[in-house]
Write a protein of this length. Sequence first.
Length: 298
Amino acid sequence: MVNQKYLDKAEVLIEALPYIQRFNRKIVVVKYGGSAMLDEELKANVIKDVVLLKLVGFKPIIVHGGGKEISRWVGKVGMEAKFVNGLRVTDKDTMEIAEMVLGKVNKELVTLVQSLGVKAVGISGKDGGLLQCRKKLSKGKDIGFVGEVTAVQPKILQDLLEKDFLPIVFPVGYDENFATYNINADDAACAIAEAVHAEKLAFLSDIEGVYKDQNDPSTLISELHVHEAEALISEGYVGGGMIPKLQNCIDAIENGVNRVHILDGRIPHSLLLEIFTNKGIGTAILREDGEKYYHEYA
């Protein structure tokens, strides 16, 4: 008699098949950040997930942050990290540190991908004029070299994908005067996903997904159409840091991305579980005409 464990594994593979077929040769942008960047085991799992996506025919692009690592290095040189409305105050010295740290993190991720047998190239938003930006104000306050994306030139990404490379992007760009700016990684991932007409955009962070009731884990919503996501914001069901994240998701959908996923990067292989299983593990936001794969939540 065949061991049930092996039959279960076969079931998982069969469940993944329609998703592999559906998204073959499609672009998937993965925004990678939060605690999963600091834990070496979680970091290895995330990279394995993305490499697997590549090897089964997807075209992944990683966009990563590094806020916790930047804060660590700012502290190391005797400076103090300052935030206004959740955004890092970035003076000239902090910008210099941020760019160096993000470059270091970027090449570590490139090395991890390469070690798994997939060709990767790390770039910043400056390369090929990828991310053009202007100064971003925080509720009218000048917080230094923090940028908001004004234009994306995706040719460098398209060229890398065409040559079978996995692009890994860190969110530093420049303005019309070629001054360097740090860009919020969520914003950069959204802008890139829109510019390359990504089929999927996945946010890996420190939240499990979208809840109808933040205090009740059983109210995790597996799938939402855009109007449902907008209603959650307007009716006050979501607050704090979830509002800009959910708004980013809505904007991405309205600008051509088919599905956006919010996932907990602290859960091993959450990316694979979300993309390749019927129910998934986080929250998927989809276009008004998007097909819901899972219909059993309240």
